[in-house]
Design a protein around this ligand. Structure first.
Ligand SMILES: [Fe+2]
Ligand SMILES: [Fe+2]
Length: 291
């Protein structure tokens, strides 16, 4: 089923993984402690950015919040990647991807390294990992091709969101250099994963989306995934740990904020959304009902 163009793209990605991939276990020089008077997360990428809530906070509060937003982001990465590896491992032998199948081993190898450094960072500098929130359960029995498609579609959405934060945090010179180096290393690997993800979706869509019902199920399931991933960016524990009052109120205010909803749809997931539209899926984003 897989096209020659797809095989060519994955051959290149495999070669790049071999030549550009790092051995993360030996790559980083882990500091004993990280200075807490520096940003660990770009102030422009915080969950309060683009809202009046940001202006209400002092610089000291923003720096404290940045620490815990970094921990939230890295916790989401490590737990999300564990789930991603698990789901991919469960289906990989059933896929008909030809030689491109080999790329999945590189993908898993790299995710394993990411999972390792994200959890190590959280434990070493924050003493904890924020626990995972509930993930959407597929209630219907899905056809195998549709299930395979959803596994990779969820990976694409998850990775595109992470990519936005890696870019913001790597490029911002106000962010602690060690945190920037982690974001940069992750960005480099994820750029290949995202190229693969968007491309493999097109391959899998041919067998998965064969009628209107398949498209409706995929749209429904992925829109739930979008909402879960969106809400996870507003973990009340990070507001609490930053010493801000009424964490739940802050969370709901930001979740419902039009500027935050627009950022998610029109910036963070702009390209991913376009890739889904191309294969016939129009996702429902948080706030779409207000349009
Ligand atoms: Fe990763
Ligand atoms: Fe990845």
């Amino acid at each position: 089923m897989s096209s020659q163009a797809f095989q060519a793209v994955t051959s290149k990605l495999i070669a790049n993984s071999v030549s550009q991939g790092i051995n993360a276990f030996a790559y980083f020089d882990w500091p004993q402690t990280l200075e807490e008077d520096q940003y660990w997360f770009s102030p422009d990428a915080l969950s309060v950015a683009h809202t009046d809530k940001r202006d209400e906070l002092t610089e000291a509060e923003l720096i404290r919040l940045a620490k815990w937003e970094c921990v939230n982001s890295f916790s989401l990465n490590t737990l999300g990647e564990r789930e991603l590896i698990e789901n991919m491992t469960n289906v990989m032998e059933q896929l008909k991807l030809g030689d491109a199948q080999e790329y999945l081993y590189h993908f898993i190898n790299e995710e394993n390294q990411h999972m390792w450094y994200f959890q190590k960072f959280c434990r070493a500098y924050a003493g904890k990992i924020y626990p995972s929130i509930a993930i959407p359960v597929e209630e219907k029995t899905l056809s195998k091709p549709l299930h395979h498609f959803l596994v990779f579609a969820r990976i694409v959405l998850f990775e595109e969101i992470g990519h936005y934060f890696n870019i913001q945090n790597h490029k911002d010179e106000r962010v602690h250099p060690f945190v920037r180096s982690i974001n940069e290393a992750h960005y480099n690997d994820e750029a290949r994963h995202i190229t693969f993800g968007r491309r493999v979706l097109r391959e899998l869509a041919a067998d998965a989306l064969t009628n209107d019902e398949d498209v409706a199920i995929a749209t429904h399931e992925l829109s739930k995934t979008l909402l879960v991933n969106y809400n996870a960016l507003y973990n009340p524990s990070m507001y609490r740990d930053a010493g801000l009052e009424s964490p739940m109120k802050i969370r709901s205010y930001l979740i419902d904020h039009p500027a935050r909803q627009s950022l998610y749809k029109n910036v963070i997931l702009k390209s991913a959304n376009a890739a889904f539209v191309k294969i016939g899926i129009t996702l429902n984003f948080p706030g779409d009902e207000n349009d």
